[in-house]
Design a protein around this ligand. Structure first.
Ligand SMILES: Cc1cn([C@H]2C[C@H](O)[C@@H](COP(=O)(O)OP(=O)(O)O[C@H]3O[C@@H](C)[C@H](O)[C@@H](O)[C@H]3O)O2)c(=O)[nH]c1=O
Length: 379
């Protein structure tokens, strides 16, 4: 049944908040025939992911979604049947008042950040009564059936596998980004925050016998790359060679193409929340640079994921992944961890595909949201 949805996204920094809400909005509209308005306070971030969008339009339509500029000076609108505030962003007071006076009241959900920690299952779906009489429900994405699940389009794994089975399609895609891959190269994508450990990893890559091609979309890691190269700044489209390492700097591509980039690579270094999940769906080994929190809470989050991810891996491969990820997140020397990771690469490749298939058999987040909203309506 088609219902109306308001999704609110406040862009804190980076692209994760808009990355997740844009995917969700698109999937609800195109796959589940829902009527979706996506409110975004920073359209410039949205335009990076969806380049045909414009920063100046107060209303625009893309992929079946009505994208609205979330104005500072809020103008009254009728709330939708389901209202999602993403990542605890604060709804406009006027809008909240309109929700309270709507009959029936909208279903109000706070979509939380993804975490593999144990407490997530206990908190998923809890509700909290608000002073204006409304109930707010907490919806937690996560791993396993007691959580809200993971964002995944219905045909994602089939599309990914078809692309990975088609060498020509991959070659054509990479060529459009200015990359001519040789078959013997190990292809690595690198999307990360600033990282002191980068130089030691690059150094190690120059010496590995099998040549490496490193694809770096323009972004925050570039200053560390530049410092290591100690040469003129590389821009999108530029490339350089050091020992057995060839580096290509890529343009920041639209969100759908970023998926394809991940599907092409033998290893994906990713960051934040959304690219981290997309790397899992790519079915290829990954290296996660988690979004660092001031109180260090990200370390528990990292370990909780490693505990789940490594459960069915052989002990040496599990150790190698943990060691590499911890070194990367601490900005430490990557040389030793990288050698030990390479020794387990075959196991890690098989595991990445199995992990993606197993998670792909679980109900996805958009479907869980729909079920939850139907259950609450009938309650
Ligand atoms: C490199 C690249 C990324 N992308 C997309 C993929 C993702 O949707 C998005 C990146 O988002 P993330 O991987 O989540 O990383 P991020 O670092 O940009 O976002 C982070 O922001 C913090 C404020 C949040 O708290 C974190 O949880 C996290 O989400 O950018 C492209 O579309 N094209 C590209 O070329």
């Amino acid at each position: 049944m088609s219902r109306s949805w308001d999704i609110f996204c406040c862009v804190v920094d980076n692209y994760g908040d808009i990355g997740v809400t844009w995917r969700l909005a698109r999937q609800l509209a195109t796959e589940h025939d829902q009527r979706v308005r996506l409110w975004v306070d920073e359209l410039a971030a949205f335009v990076r992911l969806c380049p045909e969008a414009t920063v100046t339009a107060s209303v625009q339509h893309h992929a079946g979604v009505e994208v609205r500029q979330w104005p500072r000076d809020w103008q009254p609108v009728e709330p939708a049947e389901v209202v999602i505030e993403a990542f605890a962003c604060r709804l406009p007071a006027l809008f909240e008042a309109a929700m309270a006076s709507r009959t029936p009241a909208p279903l109000w959900l706070n979509l939380e950040y993804l975490s593999a920690e144990d407490w997530v299952a206990g908190c998923h779906g809890l509700s909290s009564p608000q002073p204006d009489g409304l109930q707010k429900h907490f919806f937690f994405p996560g791993f396993g059936p007691a959580t809200g699940g993971l964002l995944r389009e219905g045909d994602l794994l089939a599309r990914r596998r078809a692309f990975q089975a088609n060498g020509q399609a991959q070659q054509a895609f990479l060529a459009r980004l200015g990359v001519q891959r040789s078959p013997e190269e190990r292809l690595i994508s690198l999307f990360a925050y600033e990282n002191r450990g980068l130089a030691s990893w690059l150094e190690a890559l120059t010496e590995v016998t099998r040549p490496t091609r490193l694809l770096i979309p323009e972004g925050r890691i570039q200053a560390d790359l530049q410092a290591w190269l100690a040469g003129p700044a590389l821009r999108a489209g530029d490339s350089c060679q050091r020992g057995n390492l060839r580096i290509n700097v890529l343009p920041f591509v639209r969100q759908e193409e970023y998926d394809q980039l991940l599907w092409c690579c033998d290893l994906n270094a990713v960051r934040g929340e959304d690219s981290f999940l997309r790397a899992q769906w790519a079915g290829r080994p990954m290296l996660w640079h988690i979004y660092p929190q001031e109180d260090g809470a990200h370390w528990d989050k990292l370990q909780a994921f490693l505990d789940q991810y490594c459960q069915t891996l052989a002990p040496d491969a599990a150790r190698a992944v943990g060691e590499l990820w911890r070194a990367w997140n601490a900005g430490e020397d990557m040389a030793g961890p990288w050698q030990r990771w390479l020794a387990c690469e075959g196991d890690l490749q098989r595991h990445a595909e199995a992990w993606s298939s197993d998670r792909g058999a679980e109900t996805d987040l958009a479907s869980n949201l729909l079920r939850f909203s139907e259950r609450m309506r009938d309650a």
